[in-house]
Design a protein around this ligand. Structure first.
Ligand code: GLP
Length: 251
């Protein structure tokens, strides 16, 4: 199966259609009295999408009252109140600005005692299933080819689990966040597995800028492999890569 690729000149233009698709899903489900289930991502990439969703809420009356969310991942050892935790990120970048019920927003718990992590991960997968499965999963991509925090090597069957972070990821995330301090970046995380991600009905991976061009090419063109976890998306029936011109420049 080949991945559908949509290229726009800028990220602002690129996310318009994605936000419109999410809005259409939310409104269609609301009309049926049902929940829309969104899989959400963190990192710098989806911020522009969340800005557009907030605009749709404030200017076009899009309500998030019938939305349930499941985030991909969380740093292990950071409480949700820590300004570098993904729970904090989601609250400040999206949830605090729309009318979503925070009780229906799920982010893996990075503070579970080590001996209870496996059980908490299994429950996260079970909760996604019980909610009816993810309708639209938003993804970014790391330069190692990771989706969520599934670092290479990673097979397509993995479920929510704890992972050790790659050196490049720790460096990239210190550069962008963590006040640039590498020693502050946690060394492990809890993440949905690739298999968990592949269960979503639709997957939309976003990528901007030239420094993602190589890994985008590997993910789309090379045979799926454990060494590039994003390449497993080629085996998903409805995956779209939404790129700006720079990220698509090596395709
Ligand atoms: C983080 C997140 C990923 C994200 C990636 C890319 O490590 N766990 O979900 O896709 O980094 O980050 P950015 O969007 O800042 O390039």
């Amino acid at each position: 199966m080949s991945i559908k690729v949509t290229v726009s000149p800028t990220k602002e233009q690129a996310v318009k259609a994605v936000a419109a698709e999410i809005a259409a899903l939310i409104r269609a489900r609301a009309a049926e009295g049902k929940e829309a289930i969104l899989g959400l991502a963190t990192g710098s990439t989806p911020v522009v999408l969340y800005k557009e969703l907030i605009r749709l809420h404030k200017e076009e009356g899009l309500s998030f009252k019938n939305v349930t969310t499941f985030n991909l991942d969380e740093y292990y050892g950071l409480p949700g109140t820590h300004d570098q935790s993904y729970r904090y990120f989601m609250n400040t970048e999206l949830f605090d600005h729309v009318d979503i019920d925070k009780n229906k927003t799920h982010v893996p718990n990075g503070m579970v005692p080590q001996e209870q992590v496996a059980e908490a991960c299994a429950k996260y997968d079970a909760d996604i299933k019980a909610a009816g499965g993810v309708d639209i999963q938003i993804l970014g991509i790391g330069r190692t080819g990771h989706i969520g925090f599934n670092e290479p090597p990673c097979g397509p069957e993995t479920r929510t689990h704890q992972v050790k972070l790659d050196e490049l990821t720790i460096k990239d995330n210190a550069r962008l966040f963590f006040h640039g301090k590498i020693e502050e970046v946690p060394t492990s995380a809890v993440t949905m597995g690739v298999g968990t991600i592949l269960d979503a009905k639709k997957v939309i991976l976003l990528a901007w800028g030239e420094n993602k061009a190589d890994i985008i090419k590997r993910s789309v063109k090379d045979a799926p492999s454990e060494m590039c976890p994003a390449s497993w998306l080629q085996q998903h029936p409805d995956t779209e890569f939404v790129l700006d011109t720079a990220a698509a420049s090596k395709l």
